[in-house]
Design a protein around this ligand. Structure first.
Ligand code: PMT
Length: 459
C-alpha cells in the first residue's frame, strides 16, 4: 500500500551467501548476533551447528533468524527429501560463498587442521573451496596451548582467516585472551574475505527509484518507462557496503533488495512527501527516480469516454530534488540523476547548477541498450569540477561506480576545497545552458557550494 513501510522481501540481485558454523562453547549465544550482523550487510546466511553447540543454543533460534533449516547432523534428511536429492554437506559446501565458524572451539580448530570429518561442519569444511573465517573462543590457557597455536598456524598457512580472540574476563572466571571477537568485527572479516568494501557503514542512504504515475481517470495515468532497476541496484549496492537504506519507490515489478526499508508511492506528490518525511535521517540522498514533471489539472472521477480529440491541461509537479537541496542538513550529500536525450553532459551540468545537488549522474536515455528498463547503463558523474565517464556496464556495477564517486566526495580533501576562482574558470569553459548567462551560473554555483562549505565548518 502507498506510503507504507515494508519489511524485507526476497532478493533482487545476487546476494553473497555465508554459512555460519557454530561450535560448542559458551560464546555460541553470540553467534546469533553474528548472524544478524552479517544480515545487516545484506548477506544471505545459513547456519550449521555441531552437536555440542546445540547444548548451548537451540537450533530453532538460528532457524528463526536465518529462515532456513539448521544443519546439525550428517544423517538428518528432510522427511520429504527425494532419493536423488543432493547430499546436504556437498550441496551446502557448493552453495556457500564463504564459511565462517563463530565460535570456533579448540576442538573444531584441531579437527579442521587435521582433516577429521565426522559431522556436518567438519565435512563441509573439507568439501568447500570457499574462503573460511574462524573466530576462536575458549579458555585462555587452552588458547595459548602449543597444540592450539600449532593448529591455528596450520590453518593460517592454508589460507583460513583467523579473527583473533579478545582479551578480558572469560566465562570460566579467568582473565586473558580467549573471548570471541565482537560480532561486527567478525562480520567485517567476512566482508574483507569476500572482497567487499563496507565504506558506507554508518551511512543512512535515502534512494528514490522507479517512475511515478499521475492519474487521468480511475484507469489511466501519465507515466514513464522507468522499471526501478537503476534505483534498486543502487539500494542493493549501498546496503552491501554497510549503509542502512531507505528505498522510496514508484510502482515496480522488481523485488526490492532484502533488508532495506521500502516505502511505496505512486504519484510525484506521494514521492515528495515520503522523501521529505525521511530526509532528516539520511546522510546521503540519491534521486534516481523518474518523477513526473506534469500532472493533470483535473482527475476525472469516472472513466473518460472517447469523444474525438481531447486536450489535457497539465500543471508542473514540485521539483523534489530542488526541495531536498533547500532542506539539506549539515553534512548531507545529495546526488540527482538526469535523463537526457541530447547534449547529455551539457544538459546534466545545467541541471547540476540549477538544482544545486552535489552531483548529477547523467544518462542518455535515447540509447536503446541503456537507460530505461535496461539491465545496463552508461553515465557521466558530474560535480562542480569533474566529469567522470562511467562506460557501458550492468546497472549493479554502475551503482557501485556511482557509490565509489560519492565516497570520494566525502573525503576531506575534496570537501575542504574552497570554491576557488580556478573552479569558476573551469565552469566557464564548460558549456552553459541556453538562455543563461555566465554570471547567473556563477551565482548558482556559489549558492550550491555554500551549504557544503557551511556543513564542513559545522562538522
Ligand atoms: O528505472 P530504470 O528502468 O532502471 O531507469 C533508470 C532511469 C533512466 C530512470 C535513471 O537512470 C534516471 O535517469 N533517473 C532520473 C530520471 C529523471 O527523472 O530525470 P530528470 O532529468 O527528469 O530529473 C532530474 C532529477 O530531478 C532526477 O534526480 C529526478 O529524480 C529529479 N526530479 C525530477 C522531477 C521532479 N518533479 N522532481 C524531482 O526530484
Amino acid at each position: 500500500m502507498n506510503g507504507e513501510i515494508e519489511g524485507p522481501a526476497s532478493g533482487y540481485n545476487r546476494t553473497m551467501k555465508v554459512m555460519v558454523g557454530v561450535s560448542g562453547g559458551i560464546a555460541a549465544y553470540k553467534a546469533a548476533e553474528v548472524v544478524r550482523a552479517l544480515q545487516r550487510h545484506a548477506l544471505e546466511v545459513r547456519v550449521t551447528m555441531t552437536q555440542a553447540a546445540t547444548r548451548f543454543v537451540q537450533p530453532l533460534t538460528f532457524a528463526a533468524l536465518s529462515g532456513h533449516r539448521v544443519m546439525t547432523s550428517l544423517w538428518e534428511m528432510p522427511t520429504d527429501a527425494s532419493p536423488d536429492a543432493p547430499i546436504d554437506h556437498i550441496a551446502e559446501a557448493q552453495w556457500a560463498d564463504l564459511l565462517v565458524v563463530a565460535p570456533a572451539t579448540a576442538d573444531i580448530l584441531a579437527r579442521f587442521a587435521h582433516g577429521l570429518a565426522d559431522d556436518f561442519l567438519t565435512t563441509m569444511y573439507l568439501a568447500t573451496s570457499a574462503p573460511v573465517v574462524v573466530a576462536p573462543a575458549m579458555n585462555s590457557v587452552m588458547w595459548e596451548h602449543a597444540a592450539t597455536q600449532a593448529n591455528v598456524e596450520m590453518l593460517r598457512r592454508r589460507g583460513v582467516r583467523i579473527v583473533e580472540p579478545d582479551a578480558g574476563p572469560l566465562a570460566c572466571g579467568m582473565v586473558g585472551p580467549g573471548r570471541m571477537a565482537e560480532p561486527e568485527q567478525i562480520a567485517n572479516a567476512v566482508l574483507n574475505a569476500l572482497g567487499r568494501s563496507h565504506d558506507l557503514a554508518g551511512e543512512v542512504v535515502l534512494i528514490t527509484a522507479g517512475g511515478t504515475r499521475e492519474a487521468l481517470d480511475p484507469v489511466r495515468f501519465l507515466g514513464n518507462r522507468s522499471s526501478g532497476k537503476m534505483g534498486y541496484a543502487l539500494a542493493e549496492a549501498a546496503q552491501s557496503r554497510g549503509a542502512r537504506v531507505i528505498l522510496v519507490t514508484g510502482p515496480s515489478a522488481l523485488h526490492p533488495p532484502i533488508h532495506c526499508e521500502v516505502v511505496r508511492v505512486t504519484t510525484a506528490e506521494e514521492m515528495r512527501q515520503a522523501v521529505l518525511a525521511r530526509q532528516a535521517e539520511a546522510t546521503l540522498v540519491i534521486k534516481s527516480a523518474a518523477v513526473a514533471d506534469y500532472r493533470p489539472v483535473v482527475v476525472a472521477e469516472q472513466k473518460l469516454r472517447r469523444q474525438g480529440p481531447m486536450t489535457l491541461e497539465l500543471l508542473p509537479t514540485e521539483d523534489i530534488l530542488a526541495e531536498v537541496v533547500r532542506r539539506r542538513r549539515p553534512g548531507q550529500l545529495i546526488v540527482g540523476f538526469a535523463a537526457e536525450t541530447e547534449d547529455t553532459v551539457e544538459q546534466g551540468r545545467a541541471k547540476l547548477l540549477r538544482k544545486g545537488a552535489d552531483a548529477i549522474v547523467v544518462n542518455d536515455v535515447g540509447r536503446e541498450e541503456i537507460g530505461f528498463d535496461s539491465d545496463h547503463n552508461a553515465a557521466t558523474f558530474l560535480t562542480l569540477s569533474t566529469a567522470i565517464d562511467l562506460p557501458f556496464m550492468p546497472k549493479r556495477k554502475l551503482a557501485d561506480r556511482v557509490l565509489d564517486e560519492v565516497v570520494a566526495l566525502r573525503r576531506p580533501q575534496s570537501l575542504l576545497v574552497e570554491l576557488s576562482s580556478t573552479e569558476l574558470e573551469l565552469q566557464r569553459e564548460m558549456p552553459v545552458r541556453e538562455g543563461s548567462s555566465v554570471q547567473q551560473d556563477e551565482t548558482a554555483l556559489r549558492e550550491s557550494a555554500a551549504p557544503r562549505r557551511k556543513a564542513l565548518m559545522i562538522e
